[in-house]
Design a protein around this ligand. Sequence first.
Ligand code: PNW
Length: 465
Amino acid sequence: MNDSSAFPDGFLWGAATASFQIEGATTADGRGRSIWDTFAETPGNVLGGDTGDPADDHYHRYADDIALMRDLNLGAYRFSVAWPRVFPEGSGKPNRAGLDFYDRLVDTLLEAGIQPWATLYHWDLPQALEDAGGWPARETAHRFAEYARTVGEALGDRVSHWMTVNEPWCAAFLGHLDGVHAPGRRDAPAALAATHHLLLGHGLAAEALRSTGHPARVGLAHNQAVIRPHGARAEDVRAARRADGVRNRLFTDPVLKGRYPADVVRDLSGISDFSFVHDGDLDTISAPLDFLGVNFYSPETVAGSAEGLDPALVSGQGGAWLGADPEEVHVSQGLPVTHMGWEIDPSGLYDVLVRLAGESGDTDLYVTENGCAFEDTVTADGRVHDPDRRDYYEAHLRAAREALDAGVPLRGYFAWSLLDNFEWAWGYSRRFGLVHVDYATQERVVKDSGLWYAELARTGRFPDR
Ligand code: PNW
């Protein structure tokens, strides 16, 4: 592989979405309510009061969207299954009409020659299960495994790649500690219990998927943060260790090593005694993965104190993470940012791939999300000219290409996202798509970045500039 513009044969090119962010049709065919319906309908939680309707009305337009995926030359499509479509009340009797939607979706993908990659939990917990205690309650992990088995039995003859849980850190911490995601709780012990039960849910769901008799390749989509110490000061190094512990090792060590990291357990000892960990849980959680998905957007730099720093560069004050150094601050590198305010630094993707390859042995890695939001407009020529997004993709894919050269077993890449969509607490105000969506008319326009990506996916090499 000496040609640095080319990717290996068989490298998988995909794009990703999530059910709540694109489907709309939140009451169709017996879908139950999810925690994101409740959260978004509560004033003050989502910018502009946006909710899961209409989103991209993908529930009704999936066939057209698959035609777009074909135009983009995608080899794979990563979507998520909405648990409340399958189990409107979270458990009990499955809703056939809900499962039928995913049947149609998967069949249409296969007819188009596109591999379906399914995520089981991308944050839309049935509200009924939240009412029964949500992820801080252990039972939820068992309900998740039942749901995984049902979906695995229904789709496993055609879906071979499964991601159990998407970004457990976001689900546990943004949802239960910061309260900026559903269910909007602010309760540190609950966030840690949710962490464990999401990981246990992953392990139990992996067992359930593997017991269906269908060939199931099981992984999870993890958002490993890249955390760099601002300088060599002892307090910077310590702050980075603690932040890395709670953001990354708290999640990866149980899965990859079968244990919680001792330093993190110690840092958190005032908050939790980890008595939610039962005998055997860590064996379940650490069953070998068939692949590991990594979602990457932006690296972060932390300092152990604001002392001596340019105040203009200090972007977040202390205690940004549970268990963090009390004096910790986030430091801006002064790099260009996306519409999310996230700094653009592709070297972070290289670093995260090299690190995870080192920690997960020869497990196949996939980038299961990478992308950026910019303020796009459809211009008079009917196009969306988004050179910043194309540059973001190209720079990150060049970093991924370097990681391949460094020996990382990276097998594929999914752009986030196929379509502009509901960007959680930011509602429809942040556009991540390769395809522009006019929410009033539901008209789709492939952006220039999408045309560029289609060429890359077709040829497996960077298009000429
Ligand atoms: C991920 N953070 O979310 C999700 O998997 C996607 O659903 C989402 O649209 C995408 O990234 C872009 O945001 C994240 O605050 C949300 O660090 C928040 C954070 C990270 C990832």
